[in-house]
Structures are given as structure tokens and as C-alpha cells.
Design a protein around this ligand. Structure first.
Ligand SMILES: Nc1nc(=O)c2c([nH]1)NC[C@@H]1CN(c3ccc(C(=O)N[C@@H](CCC(=O)O)C(=O)O)cc3)C=[N+]21
Length: 290
């Protein structure tokens, strides 16, 4: 597949996020008129910079849209039992429609058990295995994780053809890489997943019409990883040597060779919070039989 635009173009998240928000504001207004107030609970352990960055974005976005929020802040040394109890309280609380558990959790907590505790109906960021399974099955009744959904929405917004496209996803985490690959497969793309053991990595990525970088290594993707005219989506959120937020892609090095590239910050991360809000509204409607 040939990508039509050849000149480098930075594609920002804001127009995508704003369009999603605009539609949500109307939907939330209708619900509020009927006495239904969509509400998100965020469960945060400690105060990690990455979590706080997402929290800031999510709270602001929800406020703009009219979604209520509550942050459950738990201490860094919380026990498994206490965490599960906090989560069960939210499951049972009828005022709460969506729950976002920041991950990864600290070492003393067993994520493999906790993921079975969160109610699948309130699981707006795909923690529950029920929602993971639905992505595998192409069942759209659940909640795919917000960041991978943001990737797909950005590509669609900028009219990037997904059907039949050769897409390489770099990274295989359950939060980004694997679900992103499944969502793109559901869009009829030809998807290759690369990871730390992939041989001839640059050769594989150089064949991609669309490259999705989700490895978590600052500026690792250079010009030689990219095919001329490729679309590059940078999911990485890292801190560079100057302490500034940066992606997995060396944007200035890749810019001229790519046709479109998302920036960090103001790229994928800024759309993630709108998808989260969209999932809260979807959860709220389902819980009110709408
Ligand atoms: N279950 C779970 N799902 C996640 O998706 C998840 C998580 N846990 N834990 C923390 C990381 C981090 N993360 C970010 C999302 C958006 C921004 C974001 O909005 N960034 C803005 C800048 C925000 C600012 O610095 O103020 C931007 O890129 O433009 C940042 C970070 C999602 N994560």
C-alpha cells in the first residue's frame, strides 16, 4: 500500500479529542436531564509521575464533558486485602459507573488476582479478563483499553487506510502492544508484532506502512527504522536526558521521512483521556439500560 502524503506532517491529538468530547457533551446533557450523572472512579496507589499525568488529563477532560470523578488514593504499602476491598466497594457503589485502576501496581499486590475482582461492566480500561477476551473475539460490547483505542481513533480521524495496510506494532504489553494489534486486526490490517527478541528489527519495521511504537524506550526509533512515507504513531511516554517528556520515536530525525507522525506530548496521550470519558458514558448508559 502506498501512503499518499509524502511530506512530513505532525498529527496532533487535540482535534481528535475535541471531536470525541463534543459528541459526549451532548450525550451527558441528555443523561443529566433524566437525573443520571455519569461518574468515574480512579484508583491510584502512591503518586507516580506517569499516573499523575494521566490523572490530570482525565480529570480535566471529565470536567469539560460533565462527568463526575472521584480519586481513591491508596498508600504505597497497601495490602492485597485492602486493595481488593477498596475495589469491591466501588463495584457495589451504584453512583460509580466506571473504574480506572492505574497500573502497574506495586510489587506486593498481585495483579493476576485483582483483575478478576473489578466488575467487567465498570472496567473502562480493560483490566478484567472478560474485556480482554472480548477484544480477541472482536466483540465490541466490552471496553478495549483506552490507549490502543486512541491509536485507532487517531488513524481513522486522519483518514489513514487501515484495511490491508501493513502495520508493525513494536511492543507486546497487555496495556498497549497486544491489544493494539488485536484492534488493528479487527480493522482488517495485516499486523506484525515486534518485541525485544525480534531478529532484524529495523528490516521488519522498515516494511511497515504504519508503525506503532510502544516499547517505552526514549527516542529509540530512528530514521533507519522507517519506510519513506510511513505513518508513525508514537505511544511512548518517557523522560529524556533533559528531563522533558518524549516518545519512543526520535521525532526530529524521523520527521522528514515519515508522511505523518504523532508528537509527544500532545499526541496519543491527549486522546486517551477522551476515550476514557467515552467508556464511562457507555458504561453509565448500559448500567441504566440505555
Ligand atoms: N490502567 C492504566 N492505563 C493507562 O493507560 C495508564 C496507566 N494505567 N498508568 C499510567 C499510564 C500513563 N498514561 C498516560 C496517559 C495520558 C497522558 C497524557 O494525557 N499526557 C499528556 C500530557 C499530560 C501532562 O503532562 O500534563 C500528553 O501526552 O499530551 C499521560 C500518561 C496512561 N497510563
Amino acid at each position: 500500500m502506498e501512503v499518499t502524503a509524502t511530506k512530513g506532517q505532525i498529527i496532533k491529538g487535540k482535534p481528535v479529542a475535541d471531536q470525541i468530547s463534543e459528541n459526549l457533551i451532548k450525550e451527558v446533557n441528555e443523561l443529566v436531564k433524566e437525573g443520571i450523572n455519569p461518574k468515574l472512579a480512579i484508583v491510584r496507589v502512591g503518586a507516580k509521575g506517569n499516573d499523575l499525568a494521566y490523572e490530570r488529563g482525565a480529570l480535566k477532560r471529565c470536567q469539560t464533558i460533565g462527568i463526575e470523578t472521584e480519586v481513591i488514593e491508596l498508600s504505597e504499602d497497601i495490602t492485597q486485602e485492602e486493595y481488593e476491598k477498596a475495589l469491591r466497594n466501588l463495584n457495589e457503589n451504584k453512583d460509580i459507573h466506571g473504574i480506572l485502576c492505574f497500573r502497574p501496581l506495586p510489587k506486593q499486590l498481585n495483579e493476576e488476582e485483582i483483575k478478576y475482582v473489578i466488575s467487567p461492566e465498570k472496567d473502562v480500561d480493560c483490566f478484567s479478563p472478560i474485556n480482554s477476551a472480548k477484544i480477541m473475539e472482536g466483540d465490541t460490547s466490552g471496553f478495549p483499553p483506552c490507549t490502543p483505542t486512541a491509536v485507532v481513533e487517531i488513524l481513522k480521524h486522519y483518514n489513514v487506510e487501515l484495511q490491508g495496510a501493513n502495520i508493525v506494532v513494536l511492543g507486546r504489553s497487555m496495556v498497549v502492544g497486544k491489544p493494539t494489534a488485536m484492534l488493528l486486526l479487527n480493522e482488517n490490517a495485516t499486523v506484525t508484532i515486534c518485541h525485544s527478541r525480534t531478529k532484524n528489527l529495523e528490516k521488519v519495521t522498515s516494511e511497515a506502512d504504519i508503525l506503532i511504537a510502544a516499547v517505552g524506550r526514549a527516542k529509540m526509533i530512528k530514521e533507519n527504522f522507517i519506510k519513506k512515507g510511513a505513518v508513525v504513531i508514537d505511544v511512548g511516554i518517557n523522560v529524556d536526558e533533559d528531563g522533558k517528556l518524549c516518545g519512543d520515536v526520535d521525532t526530529s530525525a524521523v520527521f522528514d521521512k515519515a508522511s505523518m507522525i504523532t508528537p509527544v506530548p500532545a499526541g496519543v496521550g491527549s486522546v486517551t483521556s477522551s476515550i476514557l470519558a467515552k467508556h464511562v458514558v457507555k458504561a453509565c448508559k448500559a448500567q441504566n439500560n440505555k
